[in-house]
Design a protein around this ligand. Structure first.
Ligand code: NAD
Length: 483
């Protein structure tokens, strides 16, 4: 039993190796309001200033370490996180709401990310190039940027901070990390593991609080060389204006309205399983969630019938309870958003076949809406809930046109047995990630990830070795070895 008045965690800011600040704001478990997960200290301009100063002071010595020594810290942090993975996963469920299986997978991902970039530090190399000048060659060095700000959303509270922070540190940068205000506990686990692994004080700093209050202090600080952000389009656009105005480097990964095309030759049950995993898994709170399914006419009815059966399986419940396949919505405002879009869907002429009634608590049952037209709001705007809108298209080409007919371009999928159709889709669809016969959600950590159009700045990719491009700049060194 947890005491509704006693928080499990006191979350402060982590600056120059010390946890500071007075926690006041509560975070309760979205599945159980009597479970007080944490009280959190909210920062201000002074907190941000101190964190950036600490990072600026610590960065040169960190960058001067041999890269393999930096990598070893990441590798050791991975082992420490592995040893407390179950605790971190349970805290993640309690602060964010996803199921224990999903949370275990996410913590596992953070461990693997730390390992991957621990290894990358060992091979952080450049190129060796011939020169046009006789007796000369050129090599390139990857130099760190300096102080990097990392700003993260709540829906992957440990994986996203890990996949931004680990490459930044591997490359020799110092980091000021601002986690989402709803989910700071997972970042505390990450910071603790890195600290226990020997990360020097000040190399990673964490500032908590609402981005609307402290965000500009961080992104506008001239000492911050680069900002990596994942979150909503509206906030991303604002950050872009602040950071690019001072000509600093910025990377934004934002929302999606991800299409899954189901062609006539697809097995309806398989297609429904793929759609449900992508649309209802993680409570639909994934940037790559399949929120639009576009079917061709021959499969529509059988697909919808199979999808309704799948929806029945995704009954929402407490993520920590045995057998729960879908957790609660993260917060009251997010639930209100889900409800508002479902009301709009009905008003605009869609048929809400399930998920229409509001259950008790912060729960949203999976919703399937048919009769959705391309101009309907739920076909165009990101909902970030377990809602799948079903549209129809005459054939593959019109399905591709529909898939592309939104401002977003993050993930896209197709279910078909026709290899030619699958590759035609992959070539023409406007999305950073294409999945053939797999859910639009779920990514490998060694594969470049990012969107196009409004989903991304589309300048640098995250994840894999490619992520290091954002966190480094290239210096070219000419070496004359013969007169
Ligand atoms: P959000 O944009 O509201 O917040 C994201 C982060 O930005 C939070 O830490 C927040 O405090 C901070 N922030 C808010 N205002 C700020 C400001 N003015 N300056 C600096 N920082 C500020 O997003 P959210 O609700 O936490 O997350 C959901 C969104 O994230 C969805 O749109 C989802 O699609 C997107 N997302 C994208 C990806 C991806 O890789 N493309 C992955 C996960 C989530």
């Amino acid at each position: 039993m947890t005491d509704p008045q006693t928080p499990t965690h006191e979350i402060r800011h982590f600056i120059a190796g010390e946890w500071t600040g007075t926690p006041t704001r509560e975070r309760r478990n979205p599945a159980r309001p009597d479970d007080l997960v944490a009280v959190i200290a909210d920062g201000d301009a002074k907190t941000v200033d101190a964190a950036v100063r600490a990072a600026e002071e610590a960065q040169p010595a960190w960058a001067a370490l041999p890269a393999p020594a930096r990598g070893t810290v990441l590798l050791d942090a991975a082992e420490i996180l592995r040893s407390r993975a179950e605790r971190a996963a349970r805290d993640l469920v309690r602060e964010e709401g996803k199921t224990l299986a999903e949370a275990r997978g996410e913590v596992r991902r953070a461990i693997d990310v730390l390992r991957f970039y621990g290894g990358e530090a060992w091979r952080l190399g450049g190129d060796h190039l011939p020169s046009s000048v006789p007796g000369t060659f050129v090599y390139t060095r990857r130099e760190p940027l300096g102080v990097v700000a990392v700003i993260t959303p709540w829906n992957f509270p440990i994986a996203i901070p890990a996949w931004k922070t680990a490459p930044a540190l591997a490359a020799g940068n110092a980091v000021v990390l601002k986690p989402a205000e709803l989910t700071p506990v997972s970042v505390k686990h990450l910071a603790d593991c890195l600290t226990e692994a020997g990360l020097p004080a000040g190399v990673l700093n964490v500032v908590n609080g609402p981005g609307s209050e402290i965000g500009d202090d961080l992104t506008g600080d001239p000492r911050v060389a680069a900002v990596s952000f994942t979150g909503s389009v509206a906030v991303g656009r604002h950050i872009h204006s602040v950071v690019s105005a001072r000509h600093a480097r910025v990377q934004l990964e934002m929302g999606g309205k991800n299409p899954l095309v189901v062609l006539d030759d697809a097995d309806p049950a398989t297609a429904a399983r793929i759609a449900a995993a992508g649309g209802f898994g993680l409570t639909g709170q994934a940037c790559t969630a399949s929120s639009r399914v576009i079917t061709t006419p021959g499969v529509h009815d059988a697909f919808v019938a199979a999808l309704l059966k799948e929806a029945d399986r995704y009954r929402p419940g407490d993520g920590l309870a045995e057998g729960t396949v879908m957790g609660p919505v993260v917060s009251e405002p997010q639930l209100a958003t889900d409800r508002r879009y479902l009301d709009l869907a009905a008003q605009e002429g869609g048929q809400v076949l399930c998920g229409g009634a509001r259950p008790e608590g912060l729960y949203q049952a999976p919703a399937v809406v048919t009769g959705v037209h391309p101009e309907h709001t739920i076909a165009r705007e990101e909902i970030f809930g377990p809602v799948i809108g079903v549209l129809t298209a005459d054939d593959l080409d019109s399905a591709i046109d529909l898939a592309n007919d939104v401002p977003f371009g993050l993930a896209a999928g197709i279910v078909t047995r026709d290899l030619g159709a699958a590759h035609r889709f992959a070539a023409r669809v406007q999305a950073g990630v294409v999945k053939i016969n797999r859910p639009t959600t779920g990514l490998d950590l060694n594969v470049p990830f990012g969107g196009v159009k409004d989903s991304s700045t589309n300048t640098y990719r995250e994840q894999g070795s490619t992520a290091l491009d954002f966190y480094t700049w290239t210096k070219s060194v000419y070496v004359g070895f013969e007169d």
